[in-house]
Write a protein that binds this ligand. Structure first.
Ligand SMILES: Nc1ncnc2c1ncn2[C@@H]1O[C@H](COP(=O)(O)OP(=O)(O)OP(=O)(O)O)[C@@H](O)[C@H]1O
Length: 281
């Protein structure tokens, strides 16, 4: 698997603040990497460095093997981005907004229609941006990010503030991009979204990665209780140690057909995050 995004000991010092304190990570093709962290953790700063919008004060960053401080036109044309400041032209139509980028990327105008269809905006081809709802705008920004079929995609809170149906449509498109082989790096404050989409996540706190791994593996690591919770048909809840000693008791409950539900006591990502940072997302 090609490592499309790489950071090696990346540091960023603003005048009176150290925003990143030596970040190491990589994202391979066909992978969705989640960068999570509370407000001010350094997520946007890192994405800006990786995409060449900001120059780091230490360490190295590479996109498709090219130093992010010197990204050339060919590499830039293979990157897609959804950032906080949408950069849409309010008075231009959806199609004309994408048209500008089609020209920059040097792709056929036919791709505009395909991209708008993909995000469900075929009816709004001629609608000026200022008449779009928040969800439609976000879908347009997404269409702009993927219309040139990028190899690397950066998504800074792509579903923030969207209704569940629009968010779920965007999730589907992100997965389609991954399946096409795109390396995706996304930030989110939504832990459910991160667990569902990301194969690998890094928890960023005050400029450092404090935990990383597959979401399930991280949650298992913080399963301090290590118990099984059984809900019986009678409504009673039984807690058993999850160390092998529970086998006989569990078999007995099953023999008696008493078991309605069975759960492990693994914490969710939000709880792990609270434990590590003392703050919620
Ligand atoms: N241009 C800048 N000049 C000075 N400080 C900055 C600048 N940009 C970011 N910072 C500081 O760097 C730290 C990290 O900011 P950053 O925007 O990367 O956080 P974030 O994790 O993206 O937060 P959020 O989730 O709120 O978007 C913050 O303390 C912020 O105030």
């Amino acid at each position: 698997m090609k490592k499309q995004i790489k950071a090696e000991r990346v540091r960023m010092e603003f005048k009176e603040r150290e925003a990143l304190r030596g970040i190491d990570l990589h994202v391979s093709e066909g992978e969705i990497f989640g960068l999570l962290g509370p407000s001010g953790a350094g997520k946007t700063t890192l994405i800006k460095i990786l995409t060449g919008q900001l120059k780091q004060t230490g360490g190295e960053a590479y996109i498709m093997g090219q130093d992010s401080r010197r990204l050339g036109g060919t590499v830039c044309a293979r990157i897609g981005m959804v950032m906080d400041n949408s950069g849409l032209y309010e008075r231009l139509s959806c199609a004309d907004n994408l048209g500008i980028f089609a020209e920059i990327y040097g792709i056929s105008k036919r791709k505009i229609r395909t991209a708008l269809d993909k995000v469900g905006l075929s009816e709004a081809v001629k609608t000026p941006v200022h008449k779009l709802s928040k969800g439609m705008r976000q879908r347009l920004v997404f269409a702009r990010a993927i219309m040139h079929q990028p190899d690397v995609l950066f998504l800074d809170e792509p579903t923030s503030g969207l209704d569940p149906a629009t968010a779920s449509g965007i999730h589907r498109l992100i997965c389609e991009e991954r399946d096409r082989g795109t390396a995706v790096m996304m930030t989110t404050h939504n832990m459910e979204e991160a667990s569902k989409l990301c194969g690998y996540i890094a928890l960023l706190h005050e400029g450092s990665i404090v935990e990383e791994g597959a979401p399930d593996d991280i949650c298992r690591r913080y399963n301090h209780q290590n118990k099984i919770k059984i809900l019986l048909h009678s409504g009673t809840t039984v807690m058993l140690n999850h160390d092998g000693s529970e086998a006989d008791a569990l078999a007995e409950y099953f023999r008696a057909s008493d078991v309605a539900e069975i759960h492990s006591t693994e914490p969710d990502l939000e709880t792990v995050f609270m434990e590590l940072t003392g703050r919620g997302l």
